[in-house]
Design a protein around this ligand. Structure first.
Ligand code: CA
Length: 226
């Protein structure tokens, strides 16, 4: 991924560049706002780190422009110590995050990873998943087994999707409840068990190979164990 750093303080710019390069990123440095604009227009920037106070065009204005031109490029702003106004303005300009100077390089990297991951997940949802002959299309909200369309209720569908996304990992009843029933779930009820049974009746019962498995005392998982 190509990271644009707009920073006019050479020491900070260089340490950021070095740290990001060591972490495997490609880095372009701009030491003023105009240069940052130019690089953003010419290169396929995947992430922008913008200082607030820059010559010619400041970081807030750059952020606004970048977000208008390519909203899918994450922007992190570097703000001055203790300047509450800066933080407010940064988010107002559409920034995804801000860091207060002075900062640790590890903190920068951690945030770059976290923000990129968030964008990546939002951009490329897993549209189709398949385990053995069970297929789930989350675009159409359709489930097929051996090519045959299965009629699932919304909760059954969500439960199945959660199990499939876990790729064979055992999910506890509490984890499943949290993801499928969100917050209004009383963990004392046997709702998860009941719905697992509904799901088994539709997904597994008519077929020879069983895909939904119970790990007694731990929870459930979906896996092709053949
Ligand atoms: Ca500056």
């Amino acid at each position: 991924m190509l990271v644009l750093i707009a920073e006019d303080e050479p020491k900070i710019a260089q340490s950021l560049q070095l740290g990001l390069e060591q972490a495997g990123f490609e880095v372009l440095l701009a030491w003023d706002g105009q240069m940052a604009q130019k690089l953003f227009a010419q290169q396929s920037i995947g992430f922008a780190i913008l200082d607030v106070n820059l010559p010619y065009v400041n970081g807030f204005e750059l952020c606004r422009q970048f977000k208008q031109q390519r909203p899918a490029v994450p922007v992190m702003m570097l703000t001055a110590l203790g300047d509450v106004d800066d933080k407010v303005q940064a988010f107002g300009a559409g920034a995804d995050d801000y860091l207060v100077k002075p900062f640790h390089l590890q903190e920068v990297l951690a945030r770059v990873y976290a923000i990129s991951k968030r964008y990546h997940a939002a951009e490329q949802p897993q549209l189709r998943m398949q385990v053995a002959d069970l297929e789930l299309d989350s675009d159409k909200k359709e489930v097929r087994r051996a090519g045959k369309l299965l009629r699932l209720s919304q909760k059954e569908y969500l439960l199945l999707e959660t199990l499939m996304k876990a790729r064979g990992r055992v999910l506890s009843k509490a984890e499943l409840a949290e993801r499928v029933w969100a917050l209004d779930f009383d963990t004392g009820t046997n709702t998860v068990e009941v719905y697992i049974n509904f799901l088994r009746n539709k997904v597994d019962k008519p077929f020879e190979q069983k895909l939904i498995h119970t790990r007694t005392g731990f929870g459930y998982y979906l896996k092709d164990e053949a």
